[in-house]
Each structure stands twice: as structure tokens, then as C-alpha cells.
Design a protein around this ligand. Structure first.
Ligand SMILES: CCCCCCCCCCCCCCCCCCCCC/C=C/C(=O)SCCNC(=O)CCNC(=O)[C@H](O)C(C)(C)COP(=O)(O)OP(=O)(O)OC[C@H]1O[C@@H](n2cnc3c(N)ncnc32)[C@H](O)[C@@H]1OP(=O)(O)O
Ligand SMILES: Cc1cc2nc3c(=O)[nH]c(=O)nc-3n(C[C@H](O)[C@H](O)[C@H](O)COP(=O)(O)OP(=O)(O)OC[C@H]3O[C@@H](n4cnc5c(N)ncnc54)[C@H](O)[C@@H]3O)c2cc1C
Length: 667
């Protein structure tokens, strides 16, 4: 056993680092100011006992939820008392590190009002929401429909005699089901419902419905509301009160319909604005763009745990070296772990770019320029899908990389997975979102001779060239030319999209044919998104990365790109752009990259700057003192509260003392 005397068991690893760690920390934080805020908020949370994460996986649901309410209330009080800025508040929430009702209030309720409310409505609702005098949630999904938003059943029928909407849940399947914060905390719900005026159905619109009394928090008359039940895993997403909601002819004022995109007048006339109705999905675009950086953060946590532990853990050995080998020395461990490390870096770089993409589209929308909206939708939907799927799988892979100890909650990995994996479903099921990207690609290709594709789809403008010329790589180091690398990803994506588009074009255009081709459409969407990820990672590196970290970032970028190339070799080969030999050369280059990462691995995860408090992992501790803390941790287990277990007298003793076995027994 190691000594547990506060020594840095990873000091030798850290001494090998070949880059400027501090500069990397600042880069990953998004700048010096962000880095300072992050450090300050991490300490603030770690030093406040109310925010302790201890025992989260052992608490019963009621206690877990109450504790989460306590933390959220305390966080809000801290924000007000310390006068924290918006960025500081967001960081504070980040380090508190558990899903709670305030996420939906700030993350979806408020953005939806901003995006879909008129100025007058914003003036009415936003001040109340900003001071949290009301708590809002985002009630879109129903028991019967989530992905198919147009299929929602809740109705909002206008009654001109009273100037009100009647909110109603006509069927069991129309029950709102899943909205976070709805179950127990919210006073108001942003409800997506079918607007009906004069017996005419105008489709889905957004309404603000009060659901609980502001006096005593009881549900308002004819509102049935509650929590939907325990979810996957211990702790994890169970701190959130995902809820159900039914309306029985509940009346709300006409002004509670968000009317920026469409209006209902006092006399019941329905008037559409000239803005695209897709702006009604704006809150989803907002959250999806933020999910990419979140993916990087979650993946980096799992990778930090797995890298540090792999440097501490020793198994077997060889004739050439004394003692057992660190498991990080094994090529198979490296080939599973280092691409995930590189992926966490890639998603960070792309996440920064997504923020600028989102800022750009918002600016354009304010100027009534809707031209980039389809591309931004495809981008946010696609990257949300890819990054969450890879991250969820990556956390699970890191658990396996930590062997048996990874399966213990003390590793921090089971809870991390439980908290993260719903990201593959919420904000749009990942397959549904890839199909949206595929539709965008088909549309872009169908117009390519008339409309020059822009932004992330610009390469489709070169479809002829990309479809005819082949990869020029003849030696391994040819792959280190980023233009060559990018062209491979462009050609593979363009060819996959063109192949499925051609097949569809030859058909009758029926929905059945489209359905038949959805697996290929999803693959082509994935190829397009992988291209975006590789190209934006490269682009970010080429725009002013500090000298002290550039080399390492380049290594990570190649590692990411080569592992994508190899993992998807079947697709690359099938398009005919690359040969088997070229893939083999990329494999060799990837191994060279692993050799470059190896001495820097621990420092590269240190650069994510996750505190021990935030990681909550005995395996991922900064000092690497894994075994002492696993051992100490066992004594916190409630089964060990007594030496002789509760239940011994009733259930164990009889087994041990009554001789129930009989010779004729079949046992
Ligand atoms: C500790 C406490 C601290 C306290 C202190 C407070 C401090 C502050 C804390 C702040 C915290 C903030 C954190 C924020 C994080 C937020 C966390 C969020 C957690 C997540 C919870 C989950 C929420 C949800 O899941 S909400 C529900 C999401 N639902 C979906 O995503 C449904 C998926 N379905 C769809 O998106 C659509 O229906 C779709 C895309 C399938 C299309 O359906 P369709 O019906 O076939 O198509 P249609 O609607 O007719 O449209 C076709 C047309 O429109 C284009 N389109 C579609 N979508 C969009 C879009 N989003 N934008 C633009 N365009 C779009 C589509 O491409 C078609 O175009 P054309 O082909 O050109 O016609
Ligand atoms: C933790 C969590 C929090 C959530 N929070 C909220 C919230 O705050 N507010 C809110 O409104 N909602 C929320 N949701 C709901 C969430 O947005 C939906 O669950 C999500 O959009 C997926 O929809 P669905 O459940 O209807 O899945 P379904 O669409 O029923 O998907 C089931 C399966 O069918 C497949 N499928 C469906 N349609 C097609 C198709 N056309 N082609 C091919 N395959 C298809 C899907 O890929 C999937 O594999 C939350 C969900 C979770 C898990």
C-alpha cells in the first residue's frame, strides 16, 4: 500500500512534461479572465460545506432532492450576497456540479422568453425571472411525443369572450412528461401547445402557464403536477425533479402566449409574423451549442481520472525493466485512452468556435438576416449529437480503463456517466438530430448548382473535384499535411452524401424510400460532423495559439484526426478516396503521436485544472494516492457503520445456526 503521507505520487510523471502547463490551463479555460474566475469559483465551492458532494450516491431520493434544493438556494444567496457577475454565477453552478431546476430556469425558460416574447412580454416576465421571483421550466415533451414536436397534443384554445386561452390535456399521452424543474420546484411552465382559434388548429406555439401558487407553492386549481420518478443510476440526474403536468381546462390570459412569431388578437384573429417559425426552436439551438463545451468538460473529467490512475496502477512487468509496469505504458491502454484525451481537447476548441457561431447567428437574427439559420441548426444539432454520444461512450470506456476500481462509485465514474448519459436523448435524440443534418445535406446538394454552399457546408461546392481525385498520401508523414488530411475528410463526407442523394434522386421521392435510406443518411451526417470537428480543431490551432503549447496541441489534433480516420476506415475505404495502405500509414503515424503524448499525458490532464473536490474520485486524485483513499473510503460505507451487520440476527444467524440441510435435498 502507498503511504498516504501527502506525497505527490505523480511527481515523476509531471516532471516529464514538455509544454507550458500554465499557458495550457489558460487556453483551456478560454482566456486569462475566465481562468481566474474559474479558479476563484472552484475554491469558493470546494470550501463551502453546503456544496459538499460527499455521500451523494448513497442518499435516498427525497434526501438527495432536498439537499439539491438546499444547494441551489445557497448558490443563489451566494450569488446575490457576493454580487457575482453572470459569468461567475455560471461558473459557480458548474462547480456545484449537479443538475437542478435552476438549469432549466436560466438555460431554457429565460432564453425562450427572450427569443419568442415581444418586447412588452419580455419587460413583464424577465425581471421576475431574473430575480427568481418566479421559477420557470421548459414544458415541451409529452408522454406520447418528444422528438416529433409537431405531434404534441396539449391544446390552448382561445376564448374571445373572456380574452383567455384554455389550456387542456385531452389524453393521457398529452401529459407533459420529462421537463426538468417541473416536478416540484417550478411556479411557471413554458408550455408548448397546439393553438386553436375558432376551431382552427394553428400548430405548436409557446405559452407561459402559472402552475403553482406564489403564496404556498400548491398546484393551482385544475393543474395536476408531480415528479415522474427515480432515474438511471445513483445520484446522477436524480437531483433533478423531472415532472409531469396535466391541465384540465385551465384558463390563462391571452397575453401569456409568446407573440413574437405569431399573434392572436383580442377578437381571435391569428396573425403570423414574417419571421421564420423555426425561431420558435431557438432555446434548443442555444442549449445545443453549449452542449459541445460541456461534452469536453465531462469527457475531460473521465479522462483525467483514467490517465492519472493508469499512471499509478501497475500490473505485470517485463524482463527489461525492474518491477511492474504502469498500465499507461501498455500500447492497448494508450490506444484506448489517448484518443479520448485528444477528443476532449478537440471538443474544447470546437466548443469555443460554436460560441462564436452562435453569437454570429444571434447578431444576424437581430438584423432580420435568417440566411445562416439552417446551417447553424444543422451544425448545432449534429455536433450536439456526435459529441454527446462519443462522450457518454468515452466515460464508460474510461471506467473500463480503470479496471475493477472503476466500477466503484468512489472512482467518480459511475455517477459521472449517470449524470451525463441522458444528454444523448435530451435536447433531441441523437439519431433524430443526425437525420436533421442529413436533410440539410440533401437540400444543400440539390441546390449546389444554383446556390453556393457556405460555412461548414462550403466544401460541398467542390463536390465534382472531391468525387474524382484521390488521396495523395504515399508516406506516413504525408498525413501531417493538414490540407491532405482535411481533403480526406471532405472527400469522404462529400462522397457519402452524394451517394445517398443519388440513390434517393433515382427513386420516386417517397417517404418510404427516404426511410429505407436512413442508416446511410445518418452515416453521411456523421461524416459531415466529423469533418467539422477535425477542420475546426485545425482552424482553432492555426489562429494564434501560444508558442509554449502549440506543439502539444498539434500532436493532440493529429491524434484526434488519425483516430477518427482509423475508427471510420470502413467508410473512408468504401468511398474509394483512400486505400488500405494509406490507412495503414495513418495507423503508424498515430502510434508516433502516442509516443509524443505519453510523457505529457499527466500534465495534459492537469491542464484541465479539475480540483479534487470537483472530480470526486479516489482514482483521479491530483496526488495519485489512490490506494490509501480507496481503503479509507470503504469505512464511510454505511454497511460498515456497525461491525456486525443489521440483519444478522433475523436473516444470517438462522442460516448459520439452523441445520436445514437434509441428506435427501437436491443441493
Ligand atoms: C446550483 C444552482 C445555481 C443557482 C444559480 C443560478 C446560476 C445560473 C445557472 C445557469 C445554468 C444554465 C445552464 C444551461 C444548461 C441548460 C441545461 C439543459 C438541460 C437539458 C434539459 C433538457 C431539455 C429538453 O430536452 S427540451 C426538449 C427538447 N426536444 C427536442 O429537442 C425535440 C427534438 N425535435 C426537434 O427538434 C424537431 O421537432 C425536429 C428537429 C425533429 C423537426 O421536426 P419536424 O416537425 O419534422 O420539422 P419542423 O418542425 O416542421 O421544421 C422543419 C424545418 O425546420 C428546421 N428546423 C428544425 N429545427 C430547427 C431549429 N432548432 N432551428 C432552426 N431550424 C430548425 C428543419 O431543418 C426544417 O427546415 P427545412 O427543411 O428547411 O424546412
Ligand atoms: C434527463 C432528461 C431531461 C429532459 N428534460 C426535458 C425538459 O426539460 N423539457 C422537455 O420538454 N423535455 C425534456 N426531456 C425530453 C427529451 O427532450 C426527449 O426525451 C427527447 O427529445 C427524445 O424524445 P422521445 O423521448 O420522444 O424519444 P423518441 O422519439 O420516442 O425516441 C425513441 C427511439 O425512436 C427513434 N426514433 C424516433 N423517431 C424516429 C424517426 N423519425 N426516425 C428514426 N428513428 C426515430 C429514436 O432515435 C429513439 O431511438 C428530457 C429527457 C431526459 C431524458
Amino acid at each position: 500500500m502507498q503511504d498516504g503521507n501527502g506525497l505527490d505520487h505523480l511527481a515523476g510523471e509531471r516532471a516529464m512534461a514538455q509544454f507550458d502547463l500554465q499557458a495550457m490551463k489558460v487556453y483551456l479555460a478560454g482566456g486569462q479572465r475566465e481562468y481566474e474566475i474559474s479558479t476563484k469559483m472552484a475554491q469558493l465551492v470546494a470550501n463551502d460545506p453546503v456544496f459538499s458532494k460527499e455521500d451523494r450516491v448513497r442518499l435516498a431520493r427525497k434526501d438527495l432532492y432536498k439537499n439539491s434544493l438546499r444547494k441551489a438556494g445557497h448558490a443563489w444567496k451566494t450569488i446575490l450576497e457576493k454580487g457575482l457577475s453572470e459569468v461567475e454565477g455560471l461558473k459557480l453552478r458548474h462547480f456545484v456540479d449537479e443538475p437542478t431546476y435552476t438549469d432549466l430556469h436560466w438555460g431554457m425558460f429565460i432564453p425562450a422568453i427572450k427569443g419568442q416574447g415581444t418586447e412588452e412580454q419580455q419587460h413583464k416576465w424577465l425581471p421576475l425571472a431574473y430575480k427568481m421571483a418566479i421559477i420557470g421550466c421548459y414544458a415541451q415533451t409529452e408522454l406520447g411525443h418528444g422528438s416529433n414536436v409537431q405531434g404534441l397534443e396539449t391544446t390552448a384554445t382561445f376564448d374571445p369572450t373572456t380574452d383567455e386561452f384554455i389550456m387542456h390535456s385531452p389524453t393521457v399521452t398529452s401529459t407533459k412528461w420529462w421537463p426538468g424543474g417541473l416536478g416540484k420546484a417550478s411556479t411557471h411552465a413554458l408550455v408548448y401547445a397546439r393553438l386553436i382559434t375558432d376551431k382552427k388548429d394553428h400548430g405548436i406555439h409557446a405559452f407561459i402557464a402559472p402552475i403553482r401558487s406564489l403564496e404556498d407553492h400548491t398546484p393551482l386549481p385544475n393543474v395536476t403536477v408531480g415528479d415522474i420518478g427515480v432515474k438511471f443510476g445513483n445520484g446522477g440526474y436524480n437531483t433533478m425533479d423531472n415532472g409531469f403536468l396535466r391541465f384540465d381546462h385551465v384558463r390563462i390570459p391571452r397575453e401569456n402566449m409568446l407573440m413574437r412569431l405569431a399573434t392572436v388578437t383580442k377578437d381571435g384573429k391569428y396573425v403570423r409574423s414574417n419571421k421564420p417559425r423555426q425561431l420558435g426552436y431557438g432555446a434548443m439551438v442555444f442549449v445545443r451549442q453549449g452542449i459541445v463545451i460541456d461534452a469536453s468538460i465531462y469527457l475531460s473529467r473521465a479522462v483525467t481520472i483514467a490517465v492519472r490512475y493508469s499512471a499509478v496502477r501497475r500490473q505485470f512487468g517485463n524482463k527489461d525493466e525492474p518491477g511492474e509496469l504502469q498500465v499507461i505504458q501498455y500500447r492497448t491502454q494508450q490506444s484506448r485512452l489517448f484518443p479520448l484525451l485528444a477528443t476532449a481537447y478537440a471538443y474544447r476548441a470546437v466548443g469555443f468556435w460554436m460560441k462564436s457561431l452562435y453569437a454570429d447567428v444571434m447578431k444576424r437574427l437581430n438584423d432580420n438576416d435568417f440566411s445562416t439559420l439552417p446551417e447553424v441548426h444543422a451544425c448545432t444539432a449534429g455536433l450536439k449529437s456526435i459529441t454527446t454520444s462519443v462522450t457518454a461512450d468515452g466515460i464508460e470506456e474510461c471506467r473500463k480503463l480503470c479496471g475493477g476500481h472503476g466500477f466503484l462509485c468512489a472512482s467518480g465514474l459511475p455517477e459521472l456517466y449517470a449524470a451525463y448519459v441522458p444528454a444523448c436523448t435530451y435536447e433531441g435524440d441523437n439519431t433524430i438530430l443526425l437525420l436533421q443534418v442529413a436533410r440539410f445535406l440533401l437540400k444543400t446538394l440539390s441546390q449546389v448548382s444554383k446556390v453556393r454552399p457556405v460555412g461548414t457546408a462550403a466544401y460541398l461546392g467542390n463536390i465534382k473535384q472531391l468525387s474524382t481525385q484521390n488521396c495523395k498520401v504515399s508516406q506516413g508523414h504525408d498525413w501531417l499535411n493538414t490540407s491532405v488530411l482535411l481533403e480526406a475528410f471532405e472527400a469522404r463526407s462529400a462522397r457519402q452524401a452524394a451517394a445517398v442523394a443519388l440513390r434517393l434522386a433515382k427513386g420516386s421521392g417517397s417517404e418510404a424510400e427516404f426511410q429505407e435510406n436512413t442508416p446511410e443518411l445518418v452515416e453521411s451526417a456523421r461524416a459531415h460532423c466529423q469533418l467539422i470537428l477535425v477542420s475546426k480543431f485545425i482552424e482553432q490551432l492555426q489562429t494564434g495559439t501560444p508558442e509554449g503549447i502549440r506543439k502539444q496541441l498539434e500532436v493532440l489534433c493529429y491524434t484526434y484526426a488519425f483516430s477518427q480516420l482509423i475508427d471510420n476506415a470502413g467508410d473512408f475505404l468504401a468511398t474509394g478516396y483512400v486505400t488500405g495502405n494509406q490507412i495503414a500509414l495513418a495507423k503508424e503515424e498515430l502510434k508516433h503521436m502516442f509516443d509524443k503524448i505519453r510523457p505529457n499525458a499527466v500534465a495534459l490532464v492537469d491542464a484541465f485544472d479539475h480540483t479534487d473536490d470537483y472530480l470526486g474520485s479516489a482514482l483521479g486524485r491530483y496526488d495519485g494516492d489512490v490506494y490509501t483513499h480507496l481503503y479509507k473510503g470503504a469505512f464511510k460505507e454505511s454497511l460498515n457503520d456497525t461491525v456486525v451487520v443489521d440483519g444478522y440476527e433475523e436473516y444470517l444467524k438462522p442460516v448459520l445456526t439452523q441445520n436445514l440441510w437434509a441428506p435427501h435435498s437436491k443441493l
